[in-house]
Design a binder for this molecule. Structure first.
Ligand code: PLP
Length: 363
């Protein structure tokens, strides 16, 4: 078996010990006589799996008791609609910060639904190469919430600070940075994330919501989008994405075993520094993101020559470094170095970049 270093933005690498554990339990989980995939979600054995996953996540992220943890379906994109449906009833208005495509989609979804939403800051005019500056005086005091995307997967940018929104609840899409480092959950009203970047296989979407925010949902909203209903039913109003939740639990356990999110952050800081230090030390590759907005998870770079940008991912793939092609809206390359990417993968990438630069002069 020849595993490659997979730099995919998502679905993306899972930790090898997690895959091995899932494989070893594939045919028979514990003494249940069946795979987790085959179990009733109402069985005591599965009820323990989901309860353990939640307990481990609470421990890992230090989630206070007044926050609900929901394991839902539909991906982060479904939450673009669920957020206004559940929250905008507070005041009828909301603020959005548009720092890339996903936050733009979230904003448009709320607009499409006819809600009174306002984009209070954007970095669109510089092709999202930075996080827009957000200060407290920019927030509408009567907004139901302020929506941000904490890490912009496509552009490789991340907030280096948590915006101060005063009493207005902050809602953050953390799909591509969740559990990569500690965050102070109490600074947020809602955190949500699709699992397939840094947490589990596709299929489960995590929502962490402060309890007092569950009181203003639109009564006409579809049940499947209703956080309160999902919370009352322990994420089992209908069949949950059972297997993805099980793998998420294994991932949380893996991180706890490494020493939790402080230890995870230390590893991630080292990996990102290896790549950014190299990018800053030479002038063959260009890193388009402003330094104070750099993502620790998604690192974008270009050579500035289209043919060379096209050649890079192909040759890298032949060397066992796959999925390095950048998103079409940025071009060039993107290395997604989530929790499961070992430092050896990043070292191999930097060595490859040096060799490639030497072999492909820019005329
Ligand atoms: C991938 C991604 C999404 C979309 O997630 P789906 O689960 O595919 O709907 C939304 N936001 C961010 C930040 C992402 O990285």
């Amino acid at each position: 078996m020849n595993r490659v270093y997979n730099f995919s933005a998502g679905p993306s690498m899972l930790p090898v010990p997690v895959l091995e554990r899932a494989a070893s339990e594939m045919m028979c989980y514990g003494d249940s006589g069946m795979s987790v995939m085959e179990m009733s979600h109402r069985s005591p054995v599965y009820e323990k799996i989901i309860a353990d996953a939640e307990a481990k996540l609470r421990e890992l992220m230090n989630i206070p008791d007044n926050y609900k943890v929901l394991f839902l379906q539909g991906g982060a994109s479904t939450q673009f609609a669920a957020v206004p449906l559940n929250l905008i009833g507070r005041t009828g208005k909301a603020d959005y910060i548009v720092s890339g495509q996903f936050s733009g989609k979230a904003y448009k979804e709320a607009q499409k639904m006819g809600y009174d939403v306002k984009c209070i800051a954007t970095s669109k005019d510089t092709n999202f190469d930075r996080i827009p500056v957000v200060t407290k005086d920019m927030i509408s005091p009567d907004a139901s919430y302020v929506h941000i995307c904490f890490n912009n997967t496509i552009y490789g940018t991340k907030y280096s600070y948590i915006p101060d929104t005063g009493d207005v609840p902050l809602v953050a899409d953390m799909s591509s940075c969740i559990i990569s480092e500690p965050v102070d959950v109490t600074k947020f009203g809602v955190i949500y994330a699709g699992a397939q970047k840094n947490m589990a296989p596709a299929g489960v979407t995590l929502v962490i919501v402060r309890e007092d925010l569950l009181e203003c949902g639109d009564p006409k909203m579809p049940s499947m989008l209703d956080w309160k209903l999902m919370a009352e039913n322990g994420s089992m109003y209908n069949t949950p994405p059972c297997y993805s939740i099980y793998v998420a639990g294994l991932v949380y356990e893996w991180i706890l075993g490494l020493g939790g999110l402080d230890a995870m952050k230390e590893k991630n800081v080292k990996k990102a520094a290896l790549l950014y230090d190299y990018l800053d030390s030479q002038d063959y590759y260009i890193a388009p993101v402003q330094k104070d907005s750099r993502s620790m998870m998604n690192v974008t770079f270009v050579t500035g020559v289209e043919e060379i940008d096209k050649k890079f991912p192909k040759e890298a793939a032949a060397a066992g470094l796959v999925n390095l092609k950048g998103h079409r809206s940025v071009g060039g390359m993107r290395a997604s170095i989530y929790n499961a990417m070992p430092i050896e993968g990043v070292e191999a990438l930097v060595e490859f970049m040096k060799k490639f630069a030497a072999e492909n002069p820019k005329a």
